[in-house]
Design a protein around this ligand. Sequence first.
Ligand SMILES: [Zn+2]
Length: 360
Amino acid sequence: MKKDLRNHTFLLILITVSVLFPLPLYGENSEVTLNTEELLSKTGAESLQWDPFFQSGTLLLGNHRIAFQTGNRGDNSLAIVDGRDLIRIPNPYLENGVLCFPEAFAGHITSALENSVILDADSLRIAAIIIDPGHGGRDSGAVGSHVIDGKTVKVVEKDIVLHVSTGLNKRLTSAYPDKRIIMTRDSDTFPTLEDRVLEAHSVPLKDNEAIVFVSVHANASFNKQARGYEVWYLSPEYRRTVIDKESFEGSSEVLDILNLMMEEEFTTESIMIAQSIMTQFDRNIGSYGPSRGIKAEEWFVVRNARMPSVLVELGFVSNIDDAKLLLDADYLQKLSDALYNGIVDFVGRFERSGGFTQIQ
Ligand SMILES: [Zn+2]
């Protein structure tokens, strides 16, 4: 008797609760929607980066990154996990400018991470470093002509960058016997830009491996006062074809989205190397000449290399003060050392962070 009453009371409470707080109905046309905060707590993610211009977001969860775009409510699209795996997800969408996530989105993320091969952070590594001394052979690059101590001297970009790159290659080769250190040229030859990019693409990579590409150049300007060093990375606005069009079987729309997502991943890494190299330049040679900072541009060599990549300008051959430095073997050694330290810093941070870094 008492037991029955208890059951009735329980049923009554359940009905009351159901009326006050309707239980979610799972069906074709109904869905529970989460806001960003709810999504974070449901998935355990630390943060969500949102780009309103491209309508794309990245969910950061430990060492994992899940990149997605918004779409039509109720439709499915693709998200990319850790820059590698594709998963089909119910579209996140915007409603009155607010990001909304179908509850199933959270479920898909959680199970994708459970199913994904958990890569040990220690196993993510830089497999190869490609050093690309600019120009060579019949292409001298920038040439400066100056009268120093009564003599006319020429400062030739292709020679300077080869000198610095050779020093860099030597140090990297002895520091990383387990990595492939590759020069796109090691003498006065002229690989085409396509050759240089092909060289980079010919390195076989495992899932947990990445390549760093560093192109070394020197500057020239009609303005003879212009001087200093600078580091370039690929402009985030430029969409590279990171995934081969031939090898992809989805629609071109999907391909664009994937490229955009991969682009962000690689750009972040490129900015990280640029920052590491710039810090070391400031530290090692900052007292000799001005820093012109980190810049973004659509350099051919950089934008076609499917890997985090930077282009370094060592100084201006057209400026007499820079020219004097660039003719000094000790200074060139300092440049090699600064590049070496910058790359080593980046490699250390990349490998320690599990391969996915954030811009501070
Ligand atoms: Zn150049």
